[in-house]
Design a protein around this ligand. Sequence first.
Ligand code: GLN
Length: 197
Amino acid sequence: MAQLSKQKALKKIGVLNLQGAVSEHLNALTNIDNVQAIAVKDAVQLADLDGLVIPGGESTAISRLINQNNLATAIKQMAHQGKGILGTCAGLVLCGCSTSQNEVEQLKLIDICVERNGFGRQINSFETSLDIATIGKHIPAIFIRAPYIAKAGDQVKQLAFVNGHCVMAQQDNILVCSFHSELSDDNRIINYFVDLC
Ligand code: GLN
């Protein structure tokens, strides 16, 4: 019995499988013992999850596909139910409330205003390492056409900064990163997310 109670409950975590870095997140999640990772693209699958990753890619394309597949309501419902949602790069853009140009239809899950492509174009992609108070030190972070968080509401915890720009934030069960944590072998951010789910 003591053994059993020490085991962590199994969590079913979906990766939104519309466009972008889907397999990279599935690989990262598959390395965690108490996670069952699945690629999801319909509302029925979403209802059955403990958490959802919205991956990096192209936020305009993912937004269009969310609408085509009628998924916005199901994703918002997950957020309201307190289920964990991780938005990475384009996923961060989608989780936000506004962008400087208002060019993407956002889900408004976290009270942030996003500067899309704030760190420049593909050619300006870079890798750095971040100290994140609640998670750890020297965490590798890969930025590809990355956005930053230009403004955040009072309820939002701003967790990491690059050149004075916020690149990671959390509001309760919603976690967003400007960078691709799934492209490194370091599993501290994905573990932190799974604990939120
Ligand atoms: N710049 C892209 C967008 O706004 C995001 C890039 C990424 O996810 N790597 O959609």
